[in-house]
Design a binder for this molecule. Structure first.
Ligand SMILES: [Cu+2]
Length: 163
């Protein structure tokens, strides 16, 4: 437990630095986020995924992601190549106007790597999404994702099922 308290202030500092450097960005992205969550990790695990659905009011692209808990964060795509599930980093993800784009296990996802501490179930993790529109104007979105072992909706459905 001492380890957690030692790591947290550092993460908070990194986060405020990241906010400071991004202060020049004028606007907040007009992108709706639903069902966002990050997958919990165990001690020693260095990478995990974050998932959500994104709906842009005007066509834009997701060009970057960052989090104070991860040394490296990338937009990833996962798909079958023959019999093998492969994962690769995408330079950007198209978000057409009004169309819901799902980031979910087995498909597009946000990859958090070089984790500075395990992501504990039922905690939250800050995440910043960076968008670039057709005119090249950048905007960002600050999120706080719940950490869990399954999508929030799926967990809720499972809980209801017990009654
Ligand atoms: Cu990945």
């Amino acid at each position: 437990m001492n380890m957690t308290s030692a790591i947290l202030p550092k993460a908070a500092l990194l986060f405020s630095l990241a906010l400071g450097s991004a202060a020049a960005l004028a606007q907040t992205a007009a992108v709706k986020v639903d069902g966002a969550w990050a997958r919990a990790t165990v001690q020693g695990q260095k990478g995990t995924g974050a998932f959500m659905s994104l709906t842009a009011s005007e066509a834009t692209r997701l060009v970057g992601v960052s989090s104070p808990v991860a040394g490296v964060a990338e937009v990833h795509e996962m798909k079958m190549e023959g019999d093998v599930m492969k994962m690769r980093a995408l330079p950007s993800l198209e978000l057409p106007a009004g169309k819901k784009v799902e980031l979910k296990p087995g498909g597009y996802h946000l990859m958090l790597m070089d984790l500075k501490a395990p992501l504990a179930k039922d905690s939250t993790v800050p995440l910043t999404l960076l968008f670039k529109d057709a005119k090249g104007v950048e905007s960002k979105l600050e999120l706080k994702l719940p950490v869990g072992t399954a999508a929030p909706g799926a967990a809720g459905a499972a809980a209801e099922h017990k009654h």
